[in-house]
Design a protein around this ligand. Structure first.
Ligand code: ATP
Length: 547
């Protein structure tokens, strides 16, 4: 079967379940939409990935320090950052299919493009044709599962054209995009939707307060009622953080002063974030609960361009380092209209997913927006004094300024998906009988691989399990995640570990007892080598550190 984008994604999802990388959350209850659990292999892969990020961002740099802040923060944080008001995405409904989607993610067309509505099957096409006829008074031409006859006239209008006529019979307002699933241009107005998850803190009985309030205000309008209830809820409302970044701004002074950091320096954090996403899509690519790896790098005003270039380049080479196909990563500069309200420039590091290039990490130049906003709201001076510098305004020695910020913000769970896709390989090989079969192998970078070494006694007797178990324990002592595996034939065990992405399999056989040698099998080349047991640990350590 050839790999269409859809079936490639399905293959990854199926392998993740089969091998214990990722499970649907609460599966036995029918699953929770867009929530996932990282299984025995997934949790290792995610931790390895995040640990590598931490090593490169914090442990291997003198100018970056770490932070692990609480997920629930003071609600004023979100007011200051603009998330409470502005962390909302424009949502649109398709008037024909009822599909709801984010306007900023919808496909855009070029002037003169034909607008073809593509349905799942003929039945649906007939149904949509009728809805459009009833509601908009035009009869689109149906060809199989496609509806035709619409065309984009200019940036603001599309028209219905019959029988190749050059003049439209009827025109409609073009919203700037079409619906993502069907390509339909009949859309509602945009509505704002807050992506933050809200909860209540403390022992307050909000429902009780709301009930009393409604009882007392029977005669007010629905709008007034809504405003009143909103005020009651907001009194004890807290929010799950939608990004890890804000804590680094809020704790800027504490971190800088306790560690005597000099600008430029960064504060890094990784952990869970939550967004009540409308369109959860592509497996773990966009989910409501996910993990981020973010760093705020504080720089002197005027130097931000240089540091933006520096971090874009650094982050790109980090992603590529662990990939089999570095050519599948690219940069994309945001144009003016895409920039967030706080950003003066931004690059996305994108990956070529089966559905096309899409974001993996954003590296933004966030100016001094966040520190200034938090300083204003909290009344705390969030600035930096550089004794060595001259104040450009006064010309005097010593300069107090609000630092500018460069932010590399990556998705850890999205990164995990990228590396699963990058690693997934199908190869045609010959089995023991000489027949061609497909070998599925996860070519995960050894530093990311969940299990580093599998120790396989050829048979479950003759003292081989004892030798194998001793070896596993010795590898544990060295901090190497080894697994003992005696189930099924040796061939099946190799295949299982190929799918798990285990870089090395060690086989203990009869000869091991005689001459104290073992075979080591390389996952990618399938080459087997006989080596003395005494050197094994050293060889494995060397292979893992060289990788
Ligand atoms: P997108 O445009 O894909 O919604 P974003 O630009 O809103 O992402 P940022 O706020 O820049 O994302 O977050 C930084 C990173 O966090 C993203 O590059 C992505 O890797 C990850 N991320 C953001 N939202 C999600 C999500 N819902 N699920 C998984 N990862 C996410």
């Amino acid at each position: 079967m050839s790999n269409t984008p859809e079936n490639f994604k399905e293959k990854i999802i199926s392998l993740c379940k089969r091998r214990g990388f990722i499970f649907q959350s609460s599966e036995i209850y029918g699953g929770l939409k867009s929530a996932y659990d990282y299984g025995p292999l997934g949790v290792e892969l995610k931790r390895n990935l995040m640990n590598e990020w931490w090593k490169s961002m914090v442990h291997k740099r003198e100018d970056v320090i770490g932070l692990d802040a609480s997920i629930i923060m003071h609600p004023k944080v979100w007011e200051a950052s603009g998330h409470l008001a502005g962390f909302s995405d424009p949502l649109v409904d398709c008037l024909v299919s009822k599909e709801r989607f984010r306007a900023d993610k919808a496909p855009k067309l070029n002037v003169e493009d034909d607008i073809t509505i593509t349905c799942n099957d003929k039945g649906q096409a007939k149904n949509f044709q009728k809805i459009i006829e009833d509601r908009f008074n035009i009869l689109l031409k149906r060809e199989g599962k496609q509806l035709k006859g619409l065309k984009l006239i200019d940036e603001k209008n599309f028209g219905f054209f019959e029988n190749n006529n050059t003049k439209p019979i009827k025109t409609f307002e073009y919203k700037g995009y079409v619906s993502p699933t069907f390509g339909c241009p009949f859309l509602s107005e945009e509505r704002q939707f807050n992506l933050m998850f809200r909860s209540q803190i403390g022992p307050v009985d909000v429902l009780g307060e709301i009930t009393t309030y409604i009882r007392k205000n029977k005669n007010i309008s629905s709008d007034e009622l809504r405003i009143g209830i909103d005020k009651l809820v907001k009194k004890s409302a807290v929010y799950l953080r939608p990004e890890t970044a804000q804590a680094m701004f809020v704790q800027f002074l504490n971190c800088q002063q306790t560690m005597s950091m000099k600008i430029p320096f960064g504060i890094a954090q990784m952990g869970k974030s939550f967004r009540n996403e409308i369109t959860t899509e592509h497996f773990i690519f966009r989910s409501c609960e996910f993990e981020q790896m973010e760093m705020e790098f504080f720089v002197e005003p005027g130097t931000q361009e240089k540091w933006l270039d520096y971090w874009v380049e650094k982050r790109m080479s980090w992603w590529q380092k662990f990939a089999n196909h570095p050519e599948n990563f690219r940069y994309r500069a945001h144009d003016e209209s895409e920039l967030a309200h706080y950003a003066e420039a931004c690059y996305d590091i994108e990956y070529k997913y089966p559905w096309g290039y899409d974001e993996l990490e954003g590296v933004a130049s966030r100016t001094d927006y966040d520190l200034k906003k938090h300083a204003e709201q909290s009344g705390t001076k969030l600035s930096y004094f550089d004794q060595q510098k001259t104040d450009p305004d006064t010309g005097k020695n010593g300069w107090r300024y609000t630092p500018y910020v460069i932010e590399p913000a990556a998705g850890a769970t999205r990164g995990l998906l990228v590396y699963l896709m990058d690693a997934y390989t199908e190869e045609t090989v010959k089995d023991a009988k000489g027949n061609e079969t497909t070998r599925i192998v996860m070519k995960l970078h050894p530093k990311l691989a969940p299990i580093k070494v599998a120790i396989l006694p050829l048979v479950k007797k003759e003292g081989l399990p004892e030798i194998a178990r001793k070896l596993v324990n010795e590898l544990f002592e060295l901090g190497i995640n080894a697994r003992y595996d005696e189930q099924h034939s040796i061939g099946k065990r190799y295949r299982r570990h190929d799918e798990a992405g285990t870089p090395f399999c060690i086989t203990i056989d009869g000869q091991t007892k005689e001459d104290k040698s073992v075979t080591i099998r390389d996952r990618d080349t399938m080459k087997q080598e006989r080596i003395p047991l005494v050197y094994l640990k050293e060889i494995i350590q060397k292979k893992l550190s060289e990788a």
